[in-house]
Design a protein around this ligand. Structure first.
Ligand SMILES: Cc1ncc(Cc2csc(CCOP(=O)(O)OP(=O)(O)O)c2C)c(N)n1
Ligand SMILES: [Mg+2]
Length: 541
């Protein structure tokens, strides 16, 4: 076994299913070992942001580790935004970067791909990962790899592994089992007792669940807890889709002033709000109509629990849920799955295409043929997705970077699925071209480009600026050259026909370019914009 195969076996043993990457001369040696050993399948992309987004989405979707393999400098630094997004959204991505060999580093020459110093890249990645290692000693590498992968899983955040190119084939022992987290059972018990006591005292307890519930694989356990507690459950904006098919008293998604007023009131006036795995972010809470009383709030996040002003460090979410379940008898409560009404029954007429029409057409498709996973980009396509029936979905709901949608959809293709990808024209201009890699891998996603020839989300906040006007690139006309089928549609009739045809056509990606008049928004985005504007108005207004 050598340094690279030891790493590859450890990645596979701890949940990695594939590697996404782009090589370079500092990475060729370890890419050669990846390809020749086949320990994990390798999918190369065209631009490193896509590599990072695909690895992030694959990790979220299959619940294991995502792996993004790049070359030193130009490659790794090209991927910084995607890894920062994975860090913000708590996605366990393992970044592997080639690096100069020891003799090169001491040559005294400036090396190609080098930024300020040879350590600059390592320092940059320290800001967007939870642990880092340079494997410059095969003797210590196995334990270091074990530590870094354990932290990636424990914190559900990206980690960074640098492999000097002169050591990739150095003899190396296998990576040992990952070190277990040490927790204090008494602290967990005390925390669980206090949480349940608070909920019992509350007149209007509410459970709000967020992304960590999925990242740590506790969705079913949380659903069971919610059912036993019998208190209303809502998801955060980022946590949309959680528990939707579970036996739980789920009411829907909290979106503050932009969401269902009943849910908003229930959450914001609760005297016993239990937040499980929720990121306290502006996208989850900035549109809160009134300030949430954090003194009466319980927040379990990032391995710690705050109960009002009490702080319990080192309480892993899964251990807390187990302790709460152990203290909450099962009375066999049965609940109807959330009956949120989603728009269906698109009238296939000559009416213009709106984001809501797209959501309706997708709902009709899933009602007829069954649910498929969704990947959404930043833009009105993400708000449009809020009106699509519950199904597995990956989206940059908090970090809100553009460019995520298409590569993320390909990450789900690499998991063996056929996703529907929702992306705006602006975001498609950034990473939509990764579709050109589908043919090599036999991937055939269905891509719906919401083409309003505009950065519409920005125009919604600043309509007077003409720089939000984009040209019409006619993306559908480019699909054939990239190995797919393109359809440009302007009416609801054409949209429905194109979706039906795309569904029936396998083996080639299907790109439906839906032409939407500028200024036509989804209802959720319209409420979000109105809410943000109202909240930002001076109180006197
Ligand atoms: C990498 C990056 N650079 C800039 C921005 C800032 C932005 C947020 S939303 C937006 C416009 C999106 O236009 P698109 O056509 O894709 O979608 P739509 O609004 O529905 O018309 C921009 C430029 C972000 N979030 N990420
Ligand atoms: Mg647009």
């Amino acid at each position: 076994m050598n340094l690279t195969t030891a790493l590859l076996h450890a990645l596979k043993a701890n949940g990695a299913k594939q590697i996404f990457g782009i090589p370079g001369d500092f990475a060729l040696p370890y890419f050669k070992i990846i390809e020749e050993t086949g320990i994990l399948p390798l999918y190369t992309f065209s631009h490193e942001p896509g590599v990072g987004f695909a690895a992030d989405a694959a990790a979220r979707y299959h619940g294991g580790l995502g792996v993004a393999a790049v070359t030193y400098g130009a490659g790794a630094l090209n991927m910084v935004n995607a890894v920062a997004s994975a860090y913000a959204e708590k996605s366990p991505v393992v970044v592997i970067s080639g690096a100069p060999g020891a003799h090169e580093a001491s040559s005294g020459l400036f090396l190609h791909h080098q930024a300020k110093t040879l350590d600059s890249q390592y320092r940059i990645y320290q800001e967007i990962t939870c642990d880092q290692v340079r494997l410059d000693d095969p003797g210590t590498a196995p334990k270091q790899i074990a530590r870094v992968l354990a932290n990636c899983k424990r914190h559900s955040r990206p980690v960074y592994i640098e492999i000097p190119r002169d050591l990739v084939a150095a003899p190396c022992e296998p990576v040992p089992a990952l070190p277990e987290a040490t927790v204090d059972p008494e602290a967990i018990a005390a925390c669980a007792d206090e949480v349940l006591a608070r909920l019992k005292q509350a007149k209007q307890p509410v459970l709000l669940v967020g992304v960590e519930v999925r990242r740590y694989g506790v969705e079913q356990a949380v659903a069971k807890l919610a059912a036993r507690l019998g208190i209303p459950v809502v998801t955060s904006f980022m946590g949309r889709g959680l528990l939707a098919d579970a036996n739980a008293p789920l009411l829907g998604t909290y979106m503050g002033i932009a969401g269902d007023p009943e849910i908003t009131q229930l959450v914001e006036e609760s005297d016993g709000l239990l937040l499980l795995g929720v990121i306290l972010s502006d996208t989850n809470f900035a549109v809160s109509q009134k300030r949430i009383d954090w003194r009466r709030t319980i927040h379990a996040f990032d391995g710690a629990v705050r109960v009002g002003h009490h702080h319990y460090p080192n309480i892993p979410l899964d251990r807390l849920i187990d302790a709460l379940l152990a203290r909450t008898p099962d009375h066999g409560n049965r609940f109807q799955p959330a009956k949120r009404q989603y728009p269906t029954g698109l009238s296939a007429d000559d009416g213009e295409i709106t984001p809501q029409a797209i959501a309706t057409a997708v709902n009709d498709l899933m009602t007829t043929h069954g649910k498929v996973p969704l990947a959404a980009d930043t833009g009105d396509c993400l708000f449009t997705a809020m009106d699509i029936v519950h199904t597995a979905m990956v989206a940059p709901g908090y970090y809100a970077t553009m460019g995520f949608g298409v590569p993320a959809g390909l990450g789900i293709c690499a998991c063996g699925e056929r996703p529907i990808i929702l992306v705006g024209d602006g975001a498609f201009q950034m990473t939509g071209w990764e579709l050109g890699n589908c043919r090599r891998y036999g991937w055939d996603p269905i891509v719906i480009v919401l083409n309003n020839a505009s950065w519409e989300m920005l125009r919604a906040f600043q309509p007077e600026s003409h720089f939000n006007d984009l040209d019409d690139w006619n993306f559908a006309a480019m699909a054939a050259g990239m190995g797919g089928d393109g359809m440009r549609v302007r009416s609801r009739r054409e949209l429905k026909a194109a979706l039906d045809r795309a569904w029936r056509t396998r083996g080639r990606f299907q790109l439906i370019e839906a032409m939407i008049p500028r200024g036509v928004m989804s209802p959720t985005l319209a409420r979000f914009v109105a809410g943000v504007k109202r909240l930002s108005m001076p109180k006197s207004a």
